[in-house]
Design a protein. Structure first.
Ligand SMILES: C[S@@+](CC[C@H](N)C(=O)[O-])C[C@H]1O[C@@H](n2cnc3c(N)ncnc32)[C@H](O)[C@@H]1O
Length: 375
C-alpha cells in the first residue's frame, strides 16, 4: 500500500490534537498537542507521516516513533517520566522536533515501517467503573470480565486500581484499593457518575485480541510506552499498570473477537454475569463486523445474561460520525461537537436479561481519561 496524502495526514494530526487537547484542556496535554501540530505543519515530519499507509494511523505511529527515538537524545528533556512532573511548555518544541526528524529521518522511517501504533489507556477504566457500579447495584452476581481488544490487558484488572472523581465544585469521591499503585484521577464535568463504595467482585477475567501483547518482552514494553501520549498522568498510569500486568498475567485469547467470543464465554463460571468491555475497539470494526457483533450479542443473550460496556467514539470515524457502535441515539450536540473536532468516547451499556435486550447511553469521556460527563 502507498502512503497517505499530506493534507489528509495534516487533518488527521490536527483532529487528534483537538481530541486530546481541546481548548481548556489541562496544561499537561501541551506536549501531545504540540507533537501532533508539528506533524501537521513541519515538512520533515509531514514527509515521514505521509509515507505511511493510511490504515496504520500515520500521525500516531510517527508520534510514537519520535518518542521511542527521543530517549537518550536532547529531546528527551521535554517528555515526562513515570511518577514525574510534566516538563514545562516550550514554544520552540515544534521547530526542535522538525530538526530531529530531518536528522533522524532514516531511523524514524524504519521504526514506522516495523511497528504498529498500539494504544493502551488504562485511564479508560475510570469510564467503565461507574457502569459496573450500575450493573452491580441491580445484580448480585459476581462479574466475569471479557476485555475485547485488550491489547496489553491493562483494562483487565480494573478492580485493582484506585479511582478519584473530581467534581467542578472541588469535591472528590474515591474508591478502590487506597494502596493501589495504579491511581486514576478524572474530572467530572457534568452529572454524577455512580462511584461504588466497593468495586463489584470480578471472579474471572480474560482478554481477547487479534494480537495480544507480551509485556515480558522489553522491546514490546518500550514500544508500548512510546505509544502512550506524553502526558505525565498517562505515562505514570501506564508504567504502574504494565508492572501489575507483568507481575500477575491474566488469561488471554488470540483471535478476531467475532470468532473467539462464543468459546471464551463458554469457559466462564456459570454463576457469573458475563461483562464484555470494549474501549476504543468497536470504533475500528468495519460496519459488517459491527452488525455481526450485534447479532452475536443477541444470540449469546438467548443462552446467557450479559452486559456489553462500550467506550467508543461515534461511527463512522470522522466528520460524518453520528451513531454509537451500540446503535444507540446520542444528543445532536454530541454529533455536532464530534464533527467540529471534539472527538470523545461515548460511554454506553447494552444489557441482555432472559433474552431481552436494553441499551443506554450514559455519558462521554476524554480519550485519555482527563474528564467525563455523566447524563
Ligand atoms: C485502540 S486499541 C485499544 C486498546 C485498549 N482497549 C484501550 O482502550 O487502551 C484496539 C485494540 O483492539 C484490537 N482489535 C482490533 N480489532 C480487533 C478484532 N476484530 N478482534 C480482536 N481484537 C481486535 C487491536 O489489536 C488493539 O489491541
Amino acid at each position: 500500500m502507498t502512503g497517505t496524502g499530506r493534507s489528509v495526514v495534516a487533518a488527521q494530526a490536527r483532529a487528534i490534537a483537538d481530541a486530546w487537547s481541546p481548548p481548556g484542556a489541562p496544561e499537561s496535554w501541551w506536549l501531545t498537542a504540540a507533537t501532533l501540530t508539528a506533524i501537521a505543519e513541519e515538512d520533515p515530519l509531514l514527509d515521514l507521516a505521509s509515507a505511511i499507509p493510511p490504515d496504520r494511523l500515520p500521525p500516531l505511529l510517527l508520534a510514537a516513533a519520535v518518542r521511542f527515538l527521543a530517549s537518550g537524545s536532547d529531546l528527551a528533556r521535554h517528555y515526562p517520566q513515570p511518577g514525574g512532573p510534566q516538563p514545562p511548555r516550550d514554544p520552540a518544541f515544534g521547530a526542535e522536533l522538525a530538526t530531529f526528524a530531518r536528522e533522524r529521518h532514516a531511523e524514524l522511517a524504519a521504526l514506522c515501517a516495523g511497528h504498529r501504533y498500539q494504544m493502551n489507556e488504562v485511564g479508560r477504566s475510570a469510564d467503565v467503573l461507574p457502569v459496573l457500579a450500575l450493573i452491580g447495584a441491580a445484580d448480585d452476581r459476581p462479574l466475569a470480565l471479557v476485555d475485547l481488544g485488550t491489547g496489553a490487558g491493562l483494562g483487565l484488572r480494573l478492580d485493582r486500581y484506585h479511582y478519584t472523581y473530581r467534581a467542578a465544585d472541588g469535591s472528590r469521591r474515591s474508591t478502590g484499593d487506597p494502596a493501589a499503585a495504579v491511581r486514576i484521577e478524572c474530572a467530572v464535568r457534568s452529572g454524577a457518575p455512580p462511584v461504588p463504595a466497593r468495586i463489584p467482585t470480578v471472579v474471572d477475567r480474560v482478554g481477547v485480541d487479534v494480537e495480544p501483547l507480551d509485556l515480558s518482552d522489553p522491546h514490546v514494553l518500550a514500544w508500548l510506552a512510546a505509544c502512550v501520549p506524553p502526558e505525565a498522568g498517562a505515562v505514570t498510569r501506564f508504567a504502574a499498570a504494565s508492572a501489575l500486568a507483568r507481575a500477575e498475567p491474566a488469561r488471554s485469547a488470540r483471535g478476531n473477537l467475532l470468532d473467539v467470543l462464543p468459546d471464551v464465554i463458554a469457559t466462564l463460571p456459570a454463576e457469573a454475569l458475563v461483562c464484555l468491555v470494549d474501549t476504543y475497539v468497536h470504533v475500528f470494526l468495519p460496519p459488517p463486523d459491527l452488525e455481526r457483533f450485534d447479532g452475536l450479542i443477541t444470540e449469546i443473550g438467548r443462552e446467557r445474561d450479559l452486559e456489553w460496556v462500550s467506550v467508543d467514539p461515534l461511527v463512522p470515524l470522522g466528520p460524518d460520525a453520528r451513531a454509537t457502535v451500540q446503535g444507540l441515539d446520542v444528543p445532536a450536540a454530541w454529533v455536532r461537537e464530534n464533527r467540529d473536532g471534539g472527538v470523545s468516547g461515548v460511554i454506553g451499556r447494552v444489557g441482555v436479561r432472559n433474552g431481552v435486550r436494553s441499551g443506554t447511553v450514559l455519558g462521554r469521556a476524554h480519550p485519555g481519561a482527563a474528564w467525563l460527563e455523566w447524563r
